[in-house]
Design a protein around this ligand. Sequence first.
Ligand SMILES: [Fe+2]
Length: 164
Amino acid sequence: MPTNSQVAFKRELLNTDNNQTTTATLQDNLVNLVDLALLLKQAHWNVVGTNFRSLHLQLDAIIETVRAGSDDIAERIATLGIAADGRSQTVARNSHLHEYPEGMLSVEETVQHVADELHATVTELRNAIQRLGELDPISEDLCIGICASLEKHLWMLQAQEKSN
Ligand SMILES: [Fe+2]
């Protein structure tokens, strides 16, 4: 019996069990991405220090990728007949990310915190990719594309960290 969180489309794409696990996996990653986009704006506004401007602008470029990724994942969930849940309360309750520190942060601290949370996000996406391989290759492919873009951003952040 469909609830208002699902639509029983006439033409199903996946069997019921696979559909449920696939959309739950996508939903887990949706909240991470919504949280990450908010966290990145917080970092964008509050970074201070020498050469802050390049990181300030770099963070906006990452946000663009993250927002596009969250939109694609939410719309994949909807395509599978389930309501995507990107409400702030749901995000706060279910996100795997840590709370971002309050106040102004130096360039070095900002890079470290953002890189840690980006890493947490791609780790969850990689776990999802493993599970989705068996369930739905289209959702798997979507997550692979998003993960690849985020890992490239992670590289560009990590390359700024001092190695000693
Ligand atoms: Fe801005």
